[in-house]
Design a protein. Structure first.
Length: 171
């Protein structure tokens, strides 16, 4: 199992997503803010089960991690590599009890270092709801800049709207 402690926070870390994490993450995902900003396609339980399955597939192009504080799940972050473009997409959320504690920013820093130094990717992008100011701040604190705006149309549930794309490039 991959476990990476946060440099600046003694009791925080990210670790590889496992099946036993699904109930905790499913519970977090019921938060209305997370529902509005993260889950748009399918039920979160199905999403996390798929994430566990993706984590177990080889070759790796998906990395899902649980963000922990004091060995308790506090959030989720994943990286999906696009080998054709030599970039990746990152998504994350933090349970409302753990927000404003810099956990998302620390986890994003670790994931970004892994993407650039370990995978040698050229860029990472994140798609963010225009109203999600907290995630935009986390991204900007980690060197991401506004890159573009795009429409989404999710055929499965009929949802439509806009999202903003933030990107960071390897130095």
């Amino acid at each position: 199992m991959i476990i990476i402690p946060f440099k600046d926070e003694e009791n925080a870390r990210i670790r590889e997503l496992k099946k036993f994490d699904i109930p905790s993450l499913e519970s977090m995902a019921q938060d209305s803010e997370i529902q509005r900003n993260f889950f748009k396609l399918e039920s979160s339980e199905d999403y996390f089960q798929s994430a566990v399955n993706w984590n177990n597939e080889r070759p790796r192009d998906y990395w899902g991690f649980v963000i922990e504080a004091n060995k308790t799940p506090a959030g989720y972050i994943h990286l999906i590599e696009n080998e054709l473009k030599n970039n990746a997409q990152v998504d994350f959320f933090i349970d409302k009890k753990y927000r404003n504690k810099h956990l998302a920013s620390s986890a994003l820093k670790i994931i970004s270092n892994f993407a650039f130094q370990g995978l040698h990717l050229d860029s990472i992008e994140a798609k963010v709801s225009p109203s999600n100011e907290a995630s935009k701040k986390v991204l900007q604190a980690n060197g991401f800049e506004f890159y573009d705006e795009s429409d989404y149309n999710l055929e499965k549930d009929g949802a439509e709207g806009k999202y903003e794309i933030y990107t960071v490039f390897r130095n």
